[in-house]
Ligand binder design. Structure first.
Ligand code: THU
Length: 131
């Protein structure tokens, strides 16, 4: 089963509907796809102890990894921001470690979209190869 970028974005948008963001009011949805076509979604989930909040990208990634999925191809991210929202630094790090140079497609609710490779967002990564 392979999903086109628009379908991935639609799934990320749907996941955004489950976001728990009472503190920031910034709702994010993500959809992560494996090369064989499995898709796992995530939304940001905030805590009253702010620092425990987790981004949508990491919720999707940890869900996928915990289900035994590997070999990822792309991630779609949807927000209501004016410009497409790139993943935060912490998410870039773990996405790099578990997904490598995946395609990152960022889309706004109004339909603006930007697609980059993770390597462009994290040009000099730290990973197990540097230990
Ligand atoms: N957030 C994400 O879920 N993904 C991003 O790419 C950027 C930030 C969340 C974290 C927090 O719940 C809210 O957005 C505001 O930073």
């Amino acid at each position: 089963m392979s999903q086109k970028p628009a379908a991935m974005t639609a799934l990320a948008r749907e996941a955004r509907g489950h976001a728990q963001a009472p503190y920031s009011r910034f709702r994010v949805g993500a959809a992560l796809k494996t090369r064989s076509g499995e898709i796992v979604t995530g939304c940001n989930i905030e805590s009253a102890s702010y620092g425990l909040s987790v981004c949508a990208e990491r919720v999707a990634l940890w869900k996928a990894v915990s289900e035994g999925l590997r070999d990822f191809e792309s991630i779609a991210i949807v927000t209501a921001a004016r410009q497409p929202t790139p993943p935060c630094g912490a998410c870039r790090q773990v996405l790099w470690e578990y997904c490598g140079d995946i395609v990152v497609r960022m889309t706004t609710l109004s339909g603006r979209s930007r697609t980059l490779r993770l390597r462009q967002l994290l040009p000099l990564p730290f990973d197990e190869g540097r230990l």
